[in-house]
Design a protein around this ligand. Structure first.
Ligand code: SF4
Length: 164
């Protein structure tokens, strides 16, 4: 077949397939900041089994990860480390802000506080917010479903609103 007679490659379809693969094989970077990280670790254990969503392979290097779960308090001292780790992750990449500290500073926001970043979205773009102090592992799993929906445009399971 002559080159000019070849059918055009549909990059839109290829993108959809890649997005489906990405959404079902998220690799979080091993990274925890405070008490919320304990709940994140629970989500990876047998009872909650984050592997069901293809996301159980926590990577020790940001260069091998496409998801950062910011689970805990972000201090000003930690901020440049967090940004460096984020910058080292290859694109496309996503961020989940897990817990009230990561979302807004949580219970440590008061007049005159001098040590906290009041929301990790002041440092890096956040895709999904999971509220709670701490959120339960089920909350993080719901965050994964939201992120999958954001990546593929489709939700894998019906959400709580649709179900009840
Ligand atoms: S949101 Fe609550 S549980 Fe999570 S890191 Fe902050 S204080 Fe700890």
């Amino acid at each position: 077949m002559e080159k000019e007679n070849l059918p055009p490659v549909s990059f839109a379809v290829l993108d959809k397939v890649l997005d489906l693969a990405r959404a079902n094989s998220l690799w979080p970077v091993t990274f925890g900041l405070a008490c919320c990280a304990i709940e994140m670790m629970s989500a990876a254990m047998a009872r909650f089994d984050i592997d069901r969503f293809g996301a159980g392979v926590f990577r020790p290097s940001p260069r091998q990860a496409d998801l950062m779960i910011v689970s805990g308090t972000v201090t000003k001292k930690m901020a440049p480390v967090l940004v460096t780790l984020y910058d080292q992750m290859p694109s496309p990449k996503w961020v989940i802000a897990m817990g009230n500290c990561a979302i807004s500073g949580g219970p440590f926001v008061f007049e005159g506080q001098y040590n906290l970043i009041e929301g990790v979205d002041k440092l890096v773009p956040v895709d999904v917010y999971v509220p709670g102090c701490p959120p339960r592992p089920e909350g993080l799993l719901e965050g994964f479903l939201k992120l999958e929906e954001k990546i593929t445009g489709k939700r894998r399971f019906p959400g709580p609103v649709e179900r009840w």
